[in-house]
Design a protein around this ligand. Structure first.
Ligand code: OOB
Length: 547
């Protein structure tokens, strides 16, 4: 059994002092936070799922049983546990159980498949996997068996539902009965969990977030978004994402004593029904889903008058769509521009219509430092677009276990290179222009071009490949793979290429939307050309073709 020293995120001492003295970091941990809420709001509803609803006292008790059960299995404080759960109440009892036991969840998405899970399990490294039996037509038990045999460090597999050869969550909690787990085993400077980065170069990276820094974002997000004990949050997006997790998301709602309503799908009909039934007051969406909701609303038979705010983020929302939100849905729009690495910007509830429709908001903290620079890291003129670099009380200083990514992604003085191209307005609001590097933002899911190219190059009939993003009216961006086959005789079909990516054990959203076969990459520049330039040229070619 691996036993870990709790991970810490390293901020230089002067910053620790600064953020503590400013009152941002309060020294509280998640396990302890839930225990406190269970005292203050014991009988109030914390979570509503499809079948069950739990009060704060019940959630707290379940978290304790999970914590005790995990300890009974032999897992130690600091153990890393890969969690892959859909929007079900057990997501919340499991992560709070892990927090209470001082263990570190790693949040995989339900869409992730074996190759991605094995990578996270190796990178952490993870000691256990907690998943579900079936969801959305996919057999996670079989996947867990493959994962277990592929990653020997995964000592335990725990599944919600029919666990097959593994232990079920119910059994685990049963084993935890009668065992008391203290509330405060962790230190607030410890890493509370590892979040997964969208990834722009190669494979996804792990993002270490501490109790101190994350709880600060919850407190401030709840305040900025007017979330309180009367609020009801509809979790429509997968809650493993940072946006529905903490901006303010389900954790910010629980922080404020509110109630989280979980939806297994973001589709408008199911969500409108839940909004009516549970009198939901706010929710968060990515732009393509907002479009679906806007199209559905005029035909809806549900009363969604309880809904006050819809937050939209994860990808660029164009002003034309933003302007339709209030007239069509009768709610206030709030734009959210954030990243799992830290920095989150909100338009404020009292901002004028122009700011809300045309900007992506301003940072949470007065100590979020924003630098906008050119390709040589020099500041751009005020109001000009440039690379966004940031540093602050909840933005990481390093990825977990990844020195080469750290060298690329952080400046010597600790600024995170977001990869976003933005403008800063005179009022301190950010307008996102696009991305500097090659990730494709497909309906809010980030895809690394390089990661997909590496899988395409492994195909026996592929000589060379480049993956680029193409503007898409609905998805924002979609992915297009340009492929040079090895020979004309053995030319694969687009279908084979898509199937190949699926068979490689990758999330469905990474399968190229479009595949174009070419004889060569028609590059005019002399000599060797970088993949980055190649992608830019191909992307331009496609855009010209469509215009
Ligand atoms: C959120 O987090 P991630 O880590 O999945 O993705 C971060 C990236 C940003 O660097 C940016 O490229 C893009 O997603 N992004 C937006 C945006 N919000 C995120 N691009 C344009 N407009 C926006 N409003 O996506 C995330 C995390 C917390 C809150 C909200 C979103």
């Amino acid at each position: 059994m691996t036993s870990h020293i709790p991970l810490q995120q390293i901020w230089p001492t002067e910053f620790v002092q600064k953020y503590t003295q400013a009152g941002y970091w309060e020294g509280q941990c998640f396990g302890d936070l839930l225990a406190q809420r269970a005292q203050d709001y014991a009988d109030q509803l914390a979570v509503i799922g499809p079948q069950e609803q739990w009060s704060y006292a019940q959630l707290n008790q379940k978290a304790s049983l999970v914590a005790a059960g995990l300890q009974q299995l032999g897992l130690k404080q600091g153990a890393r546990v890969l969690v892959q759960l859909p929007n079900i109440p057990e997501f919340i009892s499991v992560v709070f159980g892990l927090f209470r036991a001082g263990m570190i969840p790693i949040y995989a998405l339900p869409a992730h498949r074996i190759t991605e899970l094995a990578h996270f399990a190796d990178q952490a490294p993870a000691d256990a996997y907690i998943g579900v039996d079936h969801f959305d037509g996919f057999d996670y038990v079989q996947q867990a068996q493959t994962l277990h045999s592929r990653c020997p460090q995964l000592q335990h597999v725990i599944l919600v539902g029919e666990a097959g050869p593994f232990i079920s969550l119910e059994q685990l909690m049963h084993q935890g009965q009668g065992i008391t787990v203290p509330d405060n085993v962790s230190h607030a400077t410890d890493v509370a969990f590892l979040q997964i980065s969208g990834g722009s170069t190669g494979l996804s990276k792990l993002i270490p977030r501490t109790h101190n820094d994350y709880i600060y974002t919850l407190r401030e997000s709840a305040r900025i978004c007017g979330v309180n004990a009367q609020s009801r949050f509809l979790a429509a997006l997968p809650i493993a994402h940072n946006f529905p997790m903490s901006s303010p998301g389900f954790l910010g709602t629980l922080y404020a004593g509110g109630c989280v309503v979980l939806s297994s799908t973001p589709e408008p009909e199911a969500c409108f029904a839940l909004i009516e039934k549970h009198r939901v007051s706010f929710t968060s969406l990515v732009p393509p889903l907002l479009l679906m909701w806007l199209e559905y609303a005029p035909h809806s038979r549900y009363d969604i008058s309880s809904l006050q705010t819809i937050q939209v983020g994860g990808a660029k929302l164009i002003p034309e769509v933003a302007k339709r939100v209030t007239p069509t849905l009768g709610v206030q729009l709030q734009q959210v521009f954030g990243m799992a690495e830290g920095l989150v910007n909100y338009t404020r509830l009292h901002d004028d219509a122009y700011l809300v429709t045309h900007t992506q908001g301003r940072p949470i903290s007065p100590d979020d430092e924003i630098r906008i620079v050119d390709d040589n890291d020099q500041p751009v003129a005020p109001g000009q677009a440039g690379h966004l670099l940031t540093r602050g009380p909840y933005t990481i200083r390093a990825y977990h276990n990844n020195p080469s990514a750290n060298a690329r992604s952080f400046t010597a003085d600790g600024f995170y290179r977001t990869g976003d191209i933005v403008q800063l307005t005179e009022q301190g609001y950010l307008i996102v222009q696009g991305r500097a590097n090659d990730h494709i933002n497909r309906a809010g899911e980030k895809i690394s071009a390089e990661e997909i190219e590496d899988h395409l190059l492994a195909h026996p009939a592929v000589f060379d490949a480049a993956v680029v993003s193409v503007p898409d009216d609905y998805l924002g961006e979609r992915s297009c793979a340009f492929i040079i086959p090895k020979s004309d005789h053995a030319k694969p079909r687009a279908l084979d290429i898509k199937r190949w990516i699926r068979q490689r054990g990758l999330a469905d959203f990474k399968v190229p939307d479009q595949v174009i076969f070419v004889d060569k990459f028609d590059i005019t520049a002399a000599g060797k050309i970088s993949r980055k330039q190649l992608r830019a040229q191909l992307s331009q070619l496609l855009q010209n073709y469509h215009d």
